[in-house]
Design a binder for this molecule. Structure first.
Ligand code: FUC
Length: 782
């Protein structure tokens, strides 16, 4: 549905779009007239003005290549990323001094001398260098268009169903359209610039980068940027990279001027961008980015634009269309996305929640396809040489949160890059386990990077946490729990076993109860009343290890291996410190009842609540006392937090099955404080985990499957009285479609993918039956 153009005139003077080009581009100083209506596809982000800031630009990606599309009229900027362009090269961060200090650090902690322990750990037991390598950018493609004084009906949008960003406007009697997408099929970013009148397409294309690189033109139609990556923290850059841009015009002329290419008087033009680095693996940088980009550009160049577009859309839809969500729609849905975000908390706009949900799925498809790097703190999209927290992998919550929606939201193959990273870490983390802890198996602390560094970084308050790898292993098990792929389990079992062996070797007995605990460790980033974070046996570690040991035992049983190890793991599991309820009725974060005395009781992390979500050790029906303690802890902590902190709270309230509280948290997430105009999550600054936590949380409100049964509409808020969802996945190998009216289930359809017994619950009603593979069960919840 297109809104008829109104005569109302809005005037927006844009800030100069960019000061970086040096391409003689006119700054956008354009009058915007004649309001554009919404795009036809309701799953679109759209705006009536170009992006002024990076967090207004629209993200495209094929898992490996990323682009941020600004949509300026006089100047288009497409900020470019390639997911292996990080600083540094293969390096060894392990510190041989660490192991010598380990017994003393443990003694100090068990004697309650936490500050002394912190000092010792800080001086002797951290990685060298103390920080890892940052993720960086390729640069910008800048297109300078002829000067425009005034344009009409300007609109830019991102259609989530086609994964195509678009800019349209009218000027001088012609309507101009730009389309841009990152093709997972042809491994290029493709852009088409067209006008509905012949001969009207003219522009100059150039490349800019802050990297050490040179741009040159290769006749007749190609720009090439060749560079080397940056050093960081004393580690030399070891990568070469190349970006190649080809401009093709239909009609008109193409010419090369210096390091730019111009199209003049064309009917339309197609721009193809290929990018690659010499990265082959965390220990091999011997790739040939020139050969790769040349071949990719040649292959893509042989296909007509329409064929590139068609293949891209089909591949995107193969994943994207597996899940459809309808929460109802209102007039608000016809407004531009930035306005809707501003008003979400006070408007009736259920479709924005559905859009946010699908945007999270879109982001995962766009930043984490098989064969690529996993989604980092910013997914794939980064415009800085020194981004916040280096845009790495923070494993004490952020990386895991990125992957929470993958299995339930039917994007299981998007986990593959994470699995690949875990398998790499079994190698680098084995060195760290040996050098830092004198242990078998492998370990990863709270961060890693492209080079899979596994040693503790930053400082003891953040980095001295040995449980990161164990948490990542949860995703290996969940992939099996949802998909039932025995071959996959056999492939990843060595990683689970190795993670478990590390803890068999490093758990120590604490003096008070003789429980087995991690030490030194910490409850992620939260200082306790001892004034520092380092401690023994925080609740989160114990919960993660219960999962790791249980999953490893189950996997070994399924695969019929390691009988003796199973026994050892079960015996050790039984001796881990249990979850405990403190004097305030809260779930204790530490071995001691410190929660109410901790310096920051509203801390953003809620690590000890891992047991409720993402784990299933605590459930509302199975362990009601512990679930009540989690609720108490959440109340004490408060609702407000960083973007991901709110995302985690959303999932927790959904698991507590408190629909209205979950919804309240969702309104905090989808509001201007935690969501930028382009729907990116605001920590702030931009961090993508909150997007994924939000998508996962909405799924958890509609369907849960962690407690041995599929629970339908466990946390449906009043704001969504009528709706439907298709294609959600449940553990045990099921795909579920639901619809509801007046807040009550009308139909539920369960498809069996693995032939397991199916247990359903809706409120107090339940149903249980065998469901052979391929068969479908329909239930109305009564
Ligand atoms: C953890 C969090 C911070 C931030 C960083 C990337 O350290 O505590 O809030 O998200 O990761």
């Amino acid at each position: 549905m297109r809104r008829t153009h109104r005569t109302l005139v809005i005037v927006i003077v844009l800030a100069a779009a960019s000061s970086i080009s040096g391409l003689g581009a006119p700054a956008d100083d354009v009058t915007f007239a004649g309001q554009a209506g919404p795009p036809e596809e309701p799953l679109s982000l759209w705006y009536r003005q170009p992006a002024g800031q990076w967090v207004e630009a629209l993200a495209i990606g094929n898992g490996r290549l990323g682009g941020m599309v600004f949509g300026g009229v006089g100047q288009e900027r497409i900020q470019l990323n390639e997911d292996t362009l990080w600083a540094g090269g293969p390096y060894e961060p392990n510190n041989p001094e660490a192991l010598v200090a380990l017994p003393e650090a443990r003694r100090l902690i068990f004697e309650g001398k936490y500050r002394e322990a912190d000092r010792l750990i800080g001086s002797k037991m951290m990685a060298k260098p103390l920080q890892q390598m940052p993720y960086q950018l390729v640069g910008d493609l800048i297109l300078s268009f002829p000067e425009e004084k005034s344009v009409k009906a300007y609109r830019r949008d991102l259609d989530l169903d086609t994964a195509i960003a678009r800019v349209t406007y009218a000027s001088g009697g012609a309507t101009f359209t730009r389309e841009v997408f990152a093709s997972p099929v042809d491994q290029v970013i493709a852009m088409r610039i067209s006008a509905d009148r012949p001969g009207r397409v003219s522009f100059t294309a150039g490349l800019w980068t802050p990297q050490k690189a040179a741009v040159s033109a290769e006749p007749p139609d190609t720009l090439v940027m060749r560079g080397v990556n940056a050093p960081a923290r004393g580690i030399a850059g070891a990568l070469r990279f190349e970006a190649r841009v080809r401009v093709r015009a239909e009609g008109g002329e193409i010419s090369i001027e210096g390091e730019t290419i111009s199209a003049r008087g064309a009917d339309s033009a197609t721009i193809l961008i290929a990018m690659a680095t010499s990265y082959k693996s965390f220990k091999d940088v011997g790739g040939d980015p020139g050969a790769v980009t040349t071949a990719q550009l040649a292959a893509a160049g042989r296909k007509p634009y329409e064929a590139l577009r068609k293949d891209h859309v089909a591949e995107h839809r193969r994943l994207f269309r597996r899940v459809a969500l309808d929460l109802g729609t209102t007039e608000a849905a016809r407004r531009p996305t930035d306005e809707r975000i501003r008003e979400f908390a006070n408007s009736q706009d259920p479709q924005l929640a559905a859009l946010y949900f699908q945007f999270g799925r879109y982001l995962l498809i766009s930043s984490s396809r098989p064969g690529c790097q996993p989604a980092n703190l910013q997914g794939l999209w980064n415009e800085s040489m020194s981004p916040p927290w280096d845009s790495k992998y923070t494993i004490n919550i952020n990386t895991e949160m990125n992957y929470w929606p993958a299995e339930p939201c039917n994007l299981a193959e998007c986990v593959e890059p994470l699995v690949g990273m875990v398998m790499d870490l079994t190698e680098t983390g084995a060195r760290t386990a040996k050098v830092h802890w004198g242990a078998r198996g492998w370990v990863t602390h709270h961060n890693t990077d492209l080079w899979r560094a596994a040693a503790p970084i930053d400082g003891p308050a953040w980095g001295f946490w040995p449980t990161g790898g164990a948490w990542l292993c949860q995703h290996l098990w969940e992939h099996y729990a949802f998909g039932g792929d025995r071959e996959f389990l056999a492939r990843v079992y060595p990683a689970m076993k190795g993670a478990a062996l590390f803890f068999l070797d490093t758990l120590v007995e604490e003096p008070a109860h003789r429980w087995l605990v991690t030490c030194p460790s910490l409850s992620p980033e939260n200082p306790h009343p001892g004034g520092v974070s380092v401690c023994a046996g925080p609740a989160m570690d114990m919960q993660i290890l219960r999962d790791l040991f249980s999953n490893t035992i189950r996997a070994a049983e399924i695969l019929g291996v390691d009988a003796a190890l199973r026994g050892e793991l079960a015996a050790t599991r039984a001796r881990l410190a249990p979850d405990r309820i403190g004097a305030a009725g809260q779930l204790q974060e530490w071995l001691e009842d410190w929660d109410m005395k901790a310096p920051d009781i509203h801390h953003r992390h809620v690590s000890h609540l891992y047991g409720l979500f993402p784990s299933a050790q605590i459930t509302v029906r199975g362990t009601p006392d512990l679930a009540a303690a989690v609720r108490k802890s959440l109340e004490i902590r408060g609702d407000n937090a960083t973007g991901w902190g709110i995302g985690w709270r959303l999932n927790l309230w959904a698991r507590l099955q408190d629909a209205e509280h979950a919804y309240k948290i969702l309104t905090m997430l989808i509001g201007t404080e935690r969501t930028y105009p382009n729907l990116f999550d605001a920590h702030p600054p931009f961090q993508i985990d909150g997007n994924f936590g939000g998508t996962s949380g909405i799924a958890e409100m509609l369907l849960q499957s962690h407690a041995g049964e599929i629970e339908i509409l466990p946390a449906l808020p009043k704001a969504w009285p009528k709706g439907s969802v298709t294609g959600l996945r449940a553990r045990g190998g099921f795909e579920v479609d639901l619809s509801w009216e007046e807040g009550r289930l009308t139909t539920c359809t369960v498809r069996s993918l693995s032939g397991n017994r199916c247990r359903l619950r809706h409120g107090s009603a339940s149903r249980e039956q065998d469901l052979p593979k391929g068969e479908v069960l329909r239930w109305d919840g009564r």
